[in-house]
Design a protein around this ligand. Structure first.
Ligand SMILES: [Mg+2]
Length: 200
């Protein structure tokens, strides 16, 4: 039995914080783990900025609702879900992902969660488990599934390498050059075909 594990940002939807920085007109929010490798520190800094701008969960969800999935992403996911099981594994937060999942017709997503006060203010965040993508793939394998994984970034390599088949999708030249052993695709049609071939 197969389950396909897909990264979300950069694969199915744009990078949420970058798109959100543009949609909200707050360029500081483009800062990523490349600028601040300590994720905990980066998230606290982001939450402080949201607070400064008076942005609570409702305003953020309204803004994220203006972001669209990447062209072809929904059709890809629809086709995939007709043939096998698919789960989106992401380091984002369920409250941020929600408006985008609606546009993808509510696929299953495993990610993290924000702590939100009744007023809508985001007061904190809770990460699900360490190395969430790799840990989840191992968990699925422990209950009898073969996993097939695809993602674009460094934090996807663990699940890609631990899976029966794994693919880079819309990745960077540097990551592709460092991992010539991982097939890399740019188009949804090519990824779908590669996944189909790995399903048997
Ligand atoms: Mg990604």
């Amino acid at each position: 039995m197969n389950v396909v594990c897909l990264d979300m940002e950069g694969v199915l939807v744009p990078e949420i914080w970058i798109a959100f920085a543009e949609a909200s007109g707050i360029p500081e929010l483009k800062r990523t783990t490349r600028d601040e490798p300590d994720y905990d520190k980066l998230m606290r800094w982001r939450l402080d900025i949201l607070k400064e701008h008076g942005l609570g969960i409702r305003e953020i969800q309204d803004t994220i609702a203006k972001i669209d999935p990447l062209p072809g992403a929904k059709e890809f996911l629809d086709a995939l879900r007709r043939e096998t099981q698919a789960i989106i594994l992401s380091d984002t937060f369920e409250q941020f992902a929600k408006p985008l999942m609606e546009k993808l017709d509510w696929p299953t997503i495993f990610c993290n969660t924000l702590e939100v006060a009744d007023s809508g203010e985001i007061t904190g965040f809770r990460m699900r488990c360490p190395q969430s993508k790799l840990t989840t793939v191992r968990g699925l394998q422990s209950i009898g599934y073969d996993t097939i994984a695809a993602g674009d970034s460094f934090n996807d390599l663990g699940m890609i390498q631990a899976s029966k088949a794994g693919f880079l999708f819309k990745s960077t030249d540097a990551i592709k050059a460092d991992h010539p052993e991982v097939p890399a695709y740019e188009e949804f049609g090519d990824l779908l075909q590669a996944i189909r071939a790995a399903l048997d």
